[in-house]
Ligand binder design. Structure first.
Ligand code: DAT
Ligand code: MG
Length: 151
C-alpha cells in the first residue's frame, strides 16, 4: 500500500525565530507520522530545483536568497490525506490572509517570511522528499499510538 506523503520545511526565519518545536508539534499532535527530519543548510542549486516552477517570477532571486540564508528543518510526513491537511495547518501563502490557528496565521506577517513550506500535491510531495532526502535518511516505523488514531 502506497501511503500519501508530504515534504514540510521550516524555513530559515522559522529556525532563527525559534519556532521549530512549535511547528513540528502541530503535525505531530495532529497524528501524522514523521518519517524524515534534519537540520540542513540548503545549497543554491537545490533551492532553485525545489522552486523551479517559480523561476520566471520577479521574486524568484529573493526567494532563493531567503531559503539559502540559513539552516532549514526538512521533514517528511506520512498519512492518508496528509498533503491537503498539512496545507490547511500551514494556512495561506500570505500570512496576513492566513486564518488564526494556522501556522502562518499565528506566527508570520509577510509572504516573503512565511516560516514554513508544504507540498501542494501528492506528486510534489514525492518529488520534494526525493530532492531533500537521501535514501537511508527516511525511517519506516509504526508509532505506538497508531491504533488510537484510526479505527
Ligand atoms: P506556498 O508556499 O504557499 O505553496 P507558492 O508555492 O505560491 O506558495 O510560493 C512559494 C513561496 O514563494 C512562498 O511561500 C513565498 C514565495 N512567494 C510566493 N508568492 C510571492 C510573492 N508574490 N512575493 C514574494 N514572495 C512570494
Ligand atoms: Mg508552493
Amino acid at each position: 500500500e502506497q501511503v500519501e506523503e508530504t515534504y514540510i520545511m521550516v524555513k530559515p526565519d522559522g529556525v532563527q525565530r525559534g519556532l521549530v518545536g512549535d511547528i513540528i508539534s502541530r503535525f505531530e499532535k495532529k497524528g501524522f507520522k514523521l518519517t524524515g527530519l534534519k537540520l540542513f543548510q540548503c545549497p543554491k542549486d537545490l533551492a532553485e530545483e525545489h522552486y523551479k516552477d517559480l523561476n520566471s517570477k520577479p521574486f524568484f532571486p529573493k526567494l532563493i536568497e531567503y531559503i539559502t540564508s540559513g539552516p532549514v528543518v526538512c521533514m517528511a510526513w506520512e498519512g492518508a490525506g496528509v498533503v491537503a491537511s498539512a496545507r490547511k495547518l500551514i494556512g495561506s501563502t500570505d500570512p496576513l490572509q492566513a486564518e488564526p490557528g494556522t501556522i502562518r496565521g499565528d506566527l508570520a506577517v509577510q509572504t516573503g517570511r512565511n516560516v514554513v513550506h508544504g507540498s501542494d500535491s501528492p506528486e510534489n510531495g514525492k518529488r520534494e522528499i526525493g530532492l531533500w532526502f537521501k535514501e537511508g535518511e527516511l525511517c519506516q516505523w509504526t508509532p505506538a499510538q497508531a491504533q488510537w488514531l484510526r479505527e
